[in-house]
Design a protein around this ligand. Structure first.
Ligand SMILES: *[C@@H]1O[C@H](CO)[C@@H](O)[C@H](O)[C@H]1NC(C)=O
Ligand SMILES: *[C@@H]1O[C@H](CO)[C@@H](O)[C@H](O)[C@H]1NC(C)=O
Length: 356
């Protein structure tokens, strides 16, 4: 990640080098004390061309504030409902002859090219489970301002080649993850209501699609209108320390205990429930912890997450062992480089491990 970041930043710097250099020279002449980074932001902001039509406030956040934003109460609540546009879209994805049994929505950030590459060639391959129709899309938002113009072109190229990106017009930050999930569900409602199950998964996981489909979802079984499963958190208390990664100000969630919810790394629900969640989400204050928020929606729907066999959703990391992984649905976190070798080895599981 570190490497690809510096590469991207370098690319962006080169891309705007001329204009910025001039600006820096000028500023230096004037004896400005602003740090170079800040000047860059200001420069790219003023020179940003509207390549695409965006939600009016989509580009209005100064970068330097983003890192602190999740610490303030106002940012714990995200702006929803709101008509964020789909900037890169595949409206026909689900219009094929067979309705998808499983729609996989993978949450990545625009700059996570490496993770998407790894996923496409491993568990994200749509034909991976014989006889089962799987569709997969990567959901992402907008690049931070100063990287926008240069990298947006690359992103569009990536989409031309793979036809699998879904880009929505909001700034792609950790605090906006809830928007990403909700816009994924809006996409289901608009373009893919026929999906029997929807898996929301982060880009840094190992997924065992065969196991998930046959041992958890059961294509031969009856439909389950109120089904959602994953790693279920129960009786969790909101973090009230402002510096905590999952800080939840009382203004955003006054209760003392969160309702049961599935860990955000990966949870799967019936298409029917996805639509109901989206409906109640219009009326509940949308907080930035997306998995907790889905839990609040479930509570309002009076739906409880369905427990799965113990331990098949590993959200706190797990050492790779071929025959262990063969009995798991999801392991989180896994880096893209590790996913590649793990997947190569994992192919031997069906012939060398005991059957499920
Ligand atoms: C979320 O996205 C909106 C729309 O782009 C933006 O105005 C807002 O600042 C973002 N929030 C955070 C915390 O990044
Ligand atoms: C094992 O899985 C791999 C990859 O999915 C597949 O190519 C191979 O045919 C499978 N082998 C058997 C015996 O099912």
């Amino acid at each position: 990640m570190r490497w690809s970041w510096s590469y991207l930043v370098l690319g962006a710097l080169l891309g705007t080098a001329c204009g910025v250099l001039l600006a820096l020279l000028l500023e230096a002449k004037l004896g400005s004390l602003k740090p170079p980074e800040l000047q860059l932001h200001l420069k790219s902001k003023s020179s940003l061309m509207p390549l695409i039509s965006l939600a009016p406030d989509a580009l209005n956040v100064p970068m330097e504030r983003l890192s602190e934003q999740h610490l303030t109460p106002s940012v714990a609540v995200v702006k929803y409902p709101y008509s964020y546009p789909f900037l890169i879209n595949h409206p026909d994805k689900c219009q094929g002859e067979t309705a998808p049994f499983l729609l996989i929505l993978v949450m990545t950030q625009p700059q996570d090219t490496e993770a998407r590459e790894a996923i496409r060639t491993t568990w994200g391959e749509e034909t991976i489970v014989p006889g089962v129709t799987i569709h997969r899309l990567f959901v992402l938002g907008l690049f931070p301002l100063h990287l926008h113009r240069h990298l947006q072109c690359q992103l569009e190229k990536e989409n031309d080649e793979n036809q699998d990106l879904l880009q929505v017009g909001f700034l792609d930050t950790y605090s906006n993850l809830t928007l990403k999930t909700l816009m994924g569900l809006e996409w289901v409602a608009r373009y893919c209501q026929t999906a029997q199950y929807v898996l929301k998964v982060d880009g840094d996981v190992f997924l065992n699609p065969g196991f998930l489909v046959h041992q958890v979802l059961h294509p031969e079984g009856p439909p389950r209108p109120a089904f959602i499963t994953g790693y279920i958190y129960k009786n969790r208390m909101p973090m009230r320390k402002p510096r905590h990664k999952w800080y939840m100000p009382r203004e955003a969630f006054p209760g003392t205990i969160y309702p049961p919810y599935c860990a955000g790394a990966g949870y799967v629900m019936s298409g029917c429930l996805a639509l109901k969640v989206l409906t109640v989400a219009q009326k509940i204050k949308a907080i930035y912890l997306e998995d907790v928020f889905v839990g609040l929606c479930l509570q309002s729907l009076k739906v409880k997450p369905t427990p799965s066999p113990v331990g098949i959703f590993q959200v706190f990391g797990r050492e790779y062992k071929r025959c262990d992984f063969n009995q798991l649905a999801i392991v989180h976190p896994i880096k893209p480089v590790d996913l590649l070798w793990i997947w190569a080895d994992f192919q031997k599981a069906n012939t060398t491990c005991p059957p499920s």
